[in-house]
Design a binder for this molecule. Structure first.
Ligand code: BTN
Length: 335
């Protein structure tokens, strides 16, 4: 949750210039000594802060890839997404953590972030390897007013927001493998796991949690579990550059806030569909639909306003593929 440290860091960062000790005290309602203590803590953490007696404090440089509650909070400029932030150096999984806070009444947009997860979860009961220092793992609490059958679209909204934020920060060409994997050069860099909690009467959504894992600074395929080496990659492996996780996470939260509000106005993807489809991997190409009721092939044509994949079968028939137990693959390889 918000601390004096993140408030002071936010003031310094937003100003970009000197801020007097008195201004910091007034703005945050704390004593001079409290300000001085926090400045010293920040310096110990590696922030370069200049202090000039007549002018005050100025943030000159932040250490590379600092990943802490104060650093993230000082970078998130949103109305609700990530406004309330909980940060763990290590936790089991941010999804159950977020559910726990939501059950205790945490507001819409509350975000749990971890540097490491010891029991990271993937879709379909799989695990999500989550070592420290490399990746982004976060889960956001969403409190929708719409019906449960609309919930699956939130995952597509998140996929679009994350794909665009990554593109903006890294310049990489991010694609979306329907419904919600994000790929770069044919390999997965992001996974999303959305879970829903219903009211006791089971007719309304109590809350959703959307958990996102982004492979950011892994240096090589050897950092991934053996079985994933052919299909997983990181932003660093694809670009050769190291990225600052706090900055990227802040950008994702800002983009998601904007896209979710667009979605919420109509409770469908009409306002986002064109952007989603422009990133859809394998559009107008052959796909194999792995339906438990029987596999088939066809041409992927895009998505509907409610998020189903439109596939034209060889028979000429157009099928709407619903996310869930169905997977879709290109005819060659993972995407
Ligand atoms: C997938 O299987 O593709 C979904 C992976 C989702 C991983 C993220 S990391 C943050 C959040 N916490 C978890 O335990 N899982 C999600």
């Amino acid at each position: 949750m918000k601390t004096d440290k993140s408030d002071i860091l936010t003031c310094l960062r937003n100003s970009g210039d000197y801020v007097s000790g008195q201004q910091l005290c007034d703005r945050l309602g704390v004593s001079r000594t409290a300000v001085w203590k926090v400045i010293n803590q920040l310096k110990e953490e590696g922030y370069r802060i200049e202090s000039v007696p007549s002018r005050g404090y100025r943030l000159v440089e932040s250490p590379a890839d600092v990943y802490s509650e104060s650093e993230i909070a000082s970078r998130v400029h949103t109305k609700w997404a990530g406004k309330r932030l909980v940060f763990f150096e290590s936790t089991g999984s941010t999804n159950p953590d977020a559910k726990h806070y939501a059950e205790e009444g945490a507001p819409h947009g509350t975000t749990v972030v971890a540097d490491r997860q010891t029991a990271g979860r993937g879709r379909r009961g799989r695990s999500w390897e989550s070592p420290a220092g490399r990746s982004i793992y976060f889960t956001i609490v969403i409190r929708p007013a719409f019906a449960p059958d609309k919930a699956s679209m939130v995952t597509l909204v998140m996929a679009l927001s994350v794909a665009e934020a990554i593109h903006e920060v890294t310049g990489l060409d991010t694609g979306i493998k329907w419904p919600n994997d994000i790929v770069v050069n044919g390999k997965k860099v992001v996974g999303i796991l959305t879970e829903m909690s219903m009211t006791p009467e089971m007719n309304e959504i109590q809350f959703l949690v959307a958990g996102v894992g982004v492979n950011v600074n892994q240096e090589s395929g050897e950092e991934f579990p053996e079985g994933l080496r052919g299909t997983a990659t990181s932003l660093k492996m694809e670009s050769g550059q190291q990225f600052d996780r706090a900055g990227l996470l802040a950008r994702i939260l800002e983009q998601f806030e904007q896209d979710y509000e667009t979605f919420e106005r109509t409770v469908n993807l009409s306002g986002l569909r064109a952007r989603y489809e422009s990133r859809l991997v394998g559009r107008n190409a052959a796909v194999r639909v792995l339906d438990p009721a029987g596999e088939y092939t066809g041409i992927s044509r895009g998505i509907t306003e409610t998020g189903e994949l439109v596939v034209e079968r060889e028979t000429g028939e157009t099928v709407l593929v619903y996310a869930g137990e169905v997977s879709v693959r290109g005819l060659y390889g993972y995407v």
